[in-house]
Every structure is written in C-alpha cells, then in structure tokens.
Design a protein around this ligand. Structure first.
Ligand code: AMP
Length: 177
C-alpha cells in the first residue's frame, strides 16, 4: 500500500482516552469507516498483507470484526462466518471461555459454519492482548478449519498479542502502534 494512504488512515483513527474504562486509550475506527476511500483502501491493504487470493471462509469477530471480515470475504469471493459473544447465535454452537485482562469472556460459532478441511482467514479490527483472536482460532481449529492466517486492521504491538495467535498461522496488521 502507498505510504501516503497508510498515513491518511493512521491520521484518521481517533484516540479516545479513558474509554470504556479509565486508563484505556480506545482506537476509534468510525472515522475510517465513514470514508469510502479509506475503508476501501484499508480492506485492500488487509487482504494484500496476507498474500491470499483464495480462501473458503473469512471469520469475523463480534462486533467490529464483522465489518472488516464481511468486506474482505466479499472481495475474496469467500463466505463469511461470525464468531459471536455467548448467547447471540440462534442455532447449535461450539464455544470457548477465555481470560481477559480483568475477568473473562466467551465466544461462540455455529457448528456448521466451517466444514472440516475448509481454508479460513481470521479478520478483526484490533489485536490487543490476543485473547479474543486466540479463542476464535481455537474454535476454527476445533471445527477442522485450515487456518491460512489472521489479518487485523490495528495491532497494539506493545501488548504482545501476536505471540498468542502466531502458532495458528501468519499474523498481519495494517497499522501498528
Ligand atoms: P484482545 O482480546 O485483548 O486482543 O482484545 C481484542 C478486542 O478488544 C478487539 O476486538 C477490539 O475490538 C477490542 N479492543 C481492545 N483494546 C482496544 C483499544 N485500545 N481500542 C479499541 N478496541 C480495543
């Protein structure tokens, strides 16, 4: 991706201090989403980073991962699969609990979302501690999906989340802090 476009995207991400909790610097991506040009370039960049041209399913994580995941799936001619917070999916699910910095969380995926042997790309808005992405990757592997890699719009590199997800496949991010 051209450095000036990457710069524009970086400058458009809004830092919101102390949201949703004191001490968190929240990366607000809505100004990027609001620009057709920047959103389109971001999706292209997130795909280009992976080198993937063909994949069966793109998995997006609740909730901002749905935006990136679905657009990437559409561009790659792949199906889209949501990994959702516990209790949101209507049919039979497999789920996993995982630790957050404080407390815990659970995510679920429909049992028939991925057929054994299907190739999968994971997409999310942001890689922080990596707990959420690692949980989603676990569900994909349990379903028999073949992980080709993970692609994130933003990576908070100082939190070291990459180490939790890299065993499942190559990890790519468009903007790193
Ligand atoms: P983690 O499991 O720690 O990697 O957290 C990942 C999820 O939390 C991502 O899907 C983000 O949506 C959200 N998240 C964590 N930290 C931030 C942050 N500083 N700004 C925006 N979103 C965040």
């Amino acid at each position: 991706m051209a450095p000036d476009i990457l710069d524009s995207i970086r400058r458009t991400i809004r830092d919101v201090p102390d949201f949703p909790n004191p001490g968190i610097l929240f990366k607000d991506i809505t100004p990027v989403l609001a620009s057709h040009e920047l959103l389109s370039q971001a999706i292209d960049g997130m795909i280009e980073n992976t080198g993937i041209t063909e994949v069966d399913k793109v998995i997006g994580i609740d909730a901002r991962g749905f935006i990136f995941g679905a657009l990437i799936a559409e561009r790659l001619g792949a199906g889209f699969v949501p990994v959702r917070k516990k209790g949101k999916l209507p049919w039979k699910t497999r789920g996993i609990d995982y630790a957050l910095e404080y407390g815990k969380n659970s995510v679920e995926m429909h049992l028939d979302a991925i057929a054994p042997g299907e190739t999968v790309l994971l997409a999310d808005d942001l890689l922080a501690t990596g707990g959420t992405a690692a949980a989603a990757l676990h569900l994909i592997e349990e379903a028999g999906g073949k992980v080709l890699g993970s692609t994130f719009f933003i990576e908070l590199g100082f939190l070291g989340g990459r180490e939790k997800v890299s065993s499942a496949g190559p990890v790519h991010s468009l903007i790193t802090y």
